[in-house]
Design a protein around this ligand. Sequence first.
Ligand code: GUN
Length: 291
Amino acid sequence: MTILDGKKVSNDIKDEIKQQVDKMKAKNEKVPHLAAVIVGNDGASLTYVGSKVRACERVGFESTMVRMSNTTSEIELLDKIDELNQNDDIDGFIIQLPLPPQINTQKVLMAVDPSKDVDGFHPENFGKMALDMSTFIPATPFGILELLDRYGVETKGKHTVVIGRSHIVGRPMSILMGRKGFPGNSTVTLTHSHTKNITQITSQADIIISALGVPNFLKAEMVKDDVIIVDVGITRVPDETSPKGYRITGDVDFENVSKKASYITPVPGGVGPMTIAMLLKNTLLAREQRM
Ligand code: GUN
């Protein structure tokens, strides 16, 4: 069994990005600048955005965190997006999700200039991705592809089962694993809350990508020997023994499933750090496209 070590690989990617930024600095070129907008006080979202800003510092990017109150109106957020679209110093930006209920997420994501949409959530970029055109690929699916690529995990002709159809992970992942190319060329089954007899499906899978958000959902009895497991779950589970009062738990019963798996991502230290590294990569791409 091989651990797909997202922490290590993401550090390698960040080192590679930093080298490119150092070259830009040596030539007196503008370095990439990422902005992240966060609306409200959700603890997990604040943690993620904080990590994204720290990652920018580590590779030498400029970063701006825009904090807006929980009562922000849709118009106020759209005005802020317009400002970021117009601001020539900002190469790319993200609107951290989820947004409070008074704001229409789809409307907000459509307001982002596609050339600055480093999350790849705008319909123009999502459509390009589905049509195999070069574009920003959403950071989590992009990170999973990169992790499979760097470990040389074969995906061609394999049966990949994706659990969860979110716009951020499951849906794009199902498209990317089925596309022509590497990683890809899989036969993909996309499962979701209305899927019947999921064990029958997961037990036939060569590769399982779980993005459900239900701790320890995937048990050893649900998978076959030598399965490849990518666990995207990051649920905070109360834990009095931890200083933070919680621990991060994946969708997969790691202890037992890992005994049957050929490759598996841990939580934490698997997909999570890869997401951040690929957001940086998209931001570097955005800067290069603006030169
Ligand atoms: N919320 C959970 N994952 C993501 C992500 O990749 N990007 C943004 N903007 N929000 C998220």
